[in-house]
Structures are given as C-alpha cells and as structure tokens.
Design a binder for this molecule. Structure first.
Ligand SMILES: *Cc1c(COP(=O)(O)O)cnc(C)c1O
Length: 394
C-alpha cells in the first residue's frame, strides 16, 4: 500500500488481503497448519526457497495482516506480533542480546518489565542498569562497551514522565546501541518513535490497540534486519500471537486514531478538573501546562494521551494509602482494575497493584507514592467521570 496515504486511511486499509471469496473484512484463519500441494512444495516451504505459510506458530495470514497494518502505522519495515506485551519485550531481548550484554532501562518502566529485566533476564546473564527516564546524563554514564539496548517507556507508567526520544536515539547511536521505545501509552496515533530516530517499538496490543479489553497480544517493530532474529526467537520459542487475537486487534486498529483522540480529549478535561479539586495534591498528565515535560510532550506527541495519575491529599489521621484507597472505593462506575486502554475508564493504586513487586525503596526513588492513583480515562461522558470522583471535591 502507498506510503503517502494518511494515517486514518492506513488504519482502515493497510495490511488487508482478500481470499478468493472476496470478503470485505479481514478473514480469521483459525487453523494451526497449512497444506502443501505435494512433497516438493512442503520441502520448498521448509527450506525457505518458496514463501508461504507452514504452521501458525511461524506465520498465519490473519496475524500477517495485523503485522502489516501495524508496521504501516508505526512507519516500520517489519512487525513481529507476539502473545502479549511481555512476550514482545522478551522476544526483543532474546533476539537481539546475548548473555553478558548490557541493557540500560528506565526505572519507571512497567512493573513487570522491571521484573523481567532485573530478575529473570539477569539470571541468564543479561546485565541491567536502571536509570532515571528524564536525566540523559545518567543514561550516558550508565552506557558501557557491551551496552546493546536503551529501553524507555514514554510517557511512563504511572507518572507519565516523558523523555526526549530524538535525543535518546542520538545518544544510543553514538555509543553503538539501539533505542527501544515501549509505545503502549501513546500508540502510533499519538507518537511515532521510529520517525524520531528510535530503532525498535514495543507494544502491548492488550491495551489501546485492542481498545475494548478483550485480548492479550504484543508486537515488536523495526527494520527487517533487526526483526529477523526477533522472529527467529518467536517461531522457535512459540510466543506467537493467536490468530483470533490478531483478528480482534485488526478491528481495533481501524478505529485507533478516533479512539485515541477521544481518550486524550477526555483525559485532558479530567486532568484539568482534578487540578482544581481540594482533595487532590498533584496531577500528572503530559497535556497539562503544569507537567514538567509539557513542552517536550507536545512536540513529540499529538496529544497528552489517555492516562492521568494524581496524588490524593490525606485527611488528618489518614495514611497516604488509606487516602488513595478511599478515592478508589468511593467510585461506583469506574472499573477497579489494573488494565488500561479500554473504552471503560479504569482506576488503580499502583503502589499495591502494578508496582507492588517493586520494593518500597525503588518505588520511592521512582516517585510512586502511596497516595498515587492512576486513571486510564475511557470514553464515558466527562461529567459522569467527574461525578464518580466527587469525593475529591471535599
Ligand atoms: C501492559 C503493559 C505491558 C505488558 O503487556 P501485556 O500485554 O500485559 O503482557 C508492557 N508495557 C506497558 C507500558 C504496559 O502497559
């Protein structure tokens, strides 16, 4: 499909392939293996001299359509779809790093990503250094001769800190390393890391790419050269995306740009309202002028995206955690769940859920306080969201 098409058009049209039946909506190929015309064709497929599907752990037409659509949206040469967002990070590292290699990652990445790098991959000989997302000098100091990847999430979860992707890419390349950006919070509808110089984009498709909280999935995107070993790991290790999930994500991507705009509009309204409430100490949202990296965010993102976090003012006699929990427990509509990127707004207490396995000391360094509440703003009417948080008006 032509590269000159607009994002909205690519979201609807890119990647689609029609079978002989002429279906207008992408078909779901819910089959594990593919038949060959004869033994010679089977041999040619396995030997790689003839392209084509063999087995759905390797490739599947529905998954391929999803990969091609997402690659077109991110401006990447190639996409490798995975069984979850965590599988995407795993496949990226297993494909591109060897034992003894070094990764520098932001301290404020997704809690499970911290566990994967700092715990599991470390046991297999990967060296990892965690640094502050926004302090580029710390990144520069942490880079070693064996540093392969710089790994960032921007905006970060849950504090929505933003880092300068172009500056990070420049730093990575000057040291012979690759910049990996987890683009989960923004999606390509809001931020295009590869255009800004990043080498690899990671997605948890579970979030906004699905958009309606149904399926788990992930993706790694980058150049053909970089994606080859990532795909090599995936087809052998089996962290493959299911065809059914790919079909759901294909439908999700068609409306991604419209949903992300609506999420961001609602989030900005809610963040601005929260800033005015007596029960709120501080609001974290890149779209607010009060956000420390507001200018940068508005330069590299088309909006502030859909995640708003805020610190609750504790009442006399209340601990910070009690104050946060009181706000969460007072809601009647907003879903108390750690997921995000759903049309349904969700509310969570990072310190005791998504980041509970991070030590209290590391949470303090990352700035995740016990009075912090995160809302992934959905598509309900803004007045109903405000009403559900009326406890904050005091
Ligand atoms: C959820 C999430 C992941 C992990 O994705 P799963 O699909 O749950 O495995 C990774 N990064 C970020 C930023 C996330 O929010």
């Amino acid at each position: 499909m032509s590269k000159s098409l607009h994002f909205d058009t690519l979201a609807v049209r890119a990647g689609a392939e029609m079978t002989e039946f002429g279906e207008n909506s992408e078909a779901l190929f819910l089959n594990s293996s593919f038949r060959f015309k004869n033994a010679a064709q089977a041999a040619a497929r396995f030997g790689g001299s003839e392209p084509g599907n063999i087995y759905s752990r390797f490739t599947n037409p529905t998954v391929t359509m999803l990969q091609n659509k997402l690659a077109a949206l991110e401006g990447a040469e190639q996409c490798v779809a995975t069984s979850s967002g965590m599988a995407a990070i795993l496949a990226c590292v297993m494909g591109l790093c060897n034992s003894g290699d070094h990764v520098v990652a932001s301290r404020s990445i997704f809690g499970t990503s911290v566990q994967l790098f700092g715990n599991i991959l470390k046991r297999w000989g990967l060296q990892v250094t965690f640094v502050s997302l926004t302090d580029i000098a710390e990144w520069e100091n942490a880079i070693q001769a064996n540093t392969k990847l710089l790994f960032v999430e921007t905006p970060s979860n849950p504090l929505t800190e933003v880092c300068d992707i172009a500056a990070m890419a420049k730093l990575a390349h000057s040291k012979g390393a690759l910049l990996v950006v987890d683009n989960c919070f923004c999606t390509p509808a809001i931020q295009l890391p590869i255009k800004l110089g990043a080498d690899i984009v990671i997605h948890s498709a579970t979030k906004y790419i699905d958009g309606q909280g149904r399926c788990l999935g992930g993706a790694v995107l980058g150049s053909k050269t970089l994606m080859e070993p990532v795909y090599g790991f995936l087809r052998t290790a089996g962290v493959t995306m299911s065809a059914f999930n790919a079909w759901v994500f294909l439908k999700g991507l068609e409306t991604l740009h419209i949903r992300m705009q609506a999420h961001a509009d609602n989030a900005l309204k809610l963040a601005a309202w929260l800033e005015q409430q007596a029960g709120v100490q501080r609001v974290y949202y890149p779209g607010l002028a009060s956000h420390p990296q507001h200018q940068l965010a508005m330069r590299q993102q088309s909006s502030g995206a859909g995640i708003v976090s805020f610190e609750v003012k504790a009442k006399p006699g209340q601990t910070e955690q009690e104050a946060a929990w009181a706000v969460i427990d007072a809601t009647k509509m907003i879903s108390i769940t750690a997921n995000l990127g759903d049309v349904k707004s969700t509310i969570t207490h990072p310190a005791t859920t998504t980041h509970s396995r991070v030590t209290a000391e590391d949470r303090a360094i990352a700035g995740i306080r016990d009075n912090l509440v995160r809302i992934a703003v959905g598509l309900e009417h803004i007045d109903d969201l405000k009403a559900d948080l009326a406890i904050l008006t005091r």
